[in-house]
Design a protein around this ligand. Structure first.
Ligand SMILES: *Cc1c(COP(=O)(O)O)cnc(C)c1O
Length: 229
């Protein structure tokens, strides 16, 4: 077997084990393979092993790969920080956007989503780690942002996403993922029912699944160490 095949199998086993430990069906956790900095050939190799959903952070790099791989039935997820001048390219090329952190970006994605495509599936990114990390709306901002997105017909709000600061403190790591789940539950009480919690990466997917992750975004454990990003 190739390295990517071996790695993918190992990640699927980690997901299955974590789901079982949490009393959840493994089928409720989707794997998004994060291919940033890796060439289109590596994405195609993962697809050959049955992987369908891929995450990318950098718009230009992603659009090149999406164009090269247009013959494959792949699902593309934008997971990186969004600059307003990149919203058109994102709205035209991706099926999912995980990293909306302000209304202005949502409005621009909505306006740029081509009419021939289905609405863009989106998540609101929340900063659960406080001041240390840069990306994401502050906890508490999600209700107003969710209501704004719900009014945009070309976007379909699916859930919340987070990237906690790495920490060796496993209890703290669990609490940060739990916070995202609690914010989703509070939105449901306010009448906004979402089906997606996008949280967990190579180093912390077990903790995220224990706290209810429905999508884990995994790069290094599948494709190997990135030389630069
Ligand atoms: C790079 C990245 C990942 C994957 O991280 P790994 O530690 O390589 O698994 C997941 N989510 C986001 C938003 C990323 O930028």
């Amino acid at each position: 077997m190739t390295t990517i095949a071996v790695n993918l199998q190992a990640v699927h086993e980690r997901i299955a084990r974590a789901a079982r430990a949490a009393g959840r069906p493994a089928a409720n956790v989707r794997l998004i393979a994060v291919g940033k900095t890796f060439p289109a050939e590596k994405i195609a190799a993962a697809h050959a092993q049955g992987q369908r959903a891929f995450g990318e952070n950098y718009v230009q790099e992603a659009v090149e790969k999406i164009t090269r791989l247009a013959h494959l039935p792949l699902e593309w997820h934008f997971i990186g920080p969004i600059q307003s001048n990149k919203t058109r390219a994102i709205a035209e090329h991706f099926q999912w956007v995980h990293s909306i952190d302000r209304e202005k970006i949502a409005v621009r994605l909505n306006a740029a989503r081509p009419p021939a495509l289905p609405p863009l599936d989106v998540c609101i990114q929340i900063n659960v780690s406080g001041e240390g990390s840069k990306s994401g709306a502050a906890p508490g901002a999600e209700l107003a942002l969710a209501r704004a997105i719900a009014a945009l017909p070309r976007l379909r709000l699916r859930g919340l996403m987070t990237i906690p600061e790495p920490t060796p403190d496993s209890a703290l790591q669990r609490r940060r993922f739990a916070l995202l789940r609690e914010l989703k539950d509070q939105l449901a009480v306010a009448g906004i029912v979402l089906d997606t919690l996008s949280m967990g990466m190579s180093d912390d997917l077990e903790a995220a699944i224990a706290e209810g992750a429905t999508m884990v975004r995994v790069g290094t454990a599948i494709f190997g160490k990135r030389s630069a990003n």
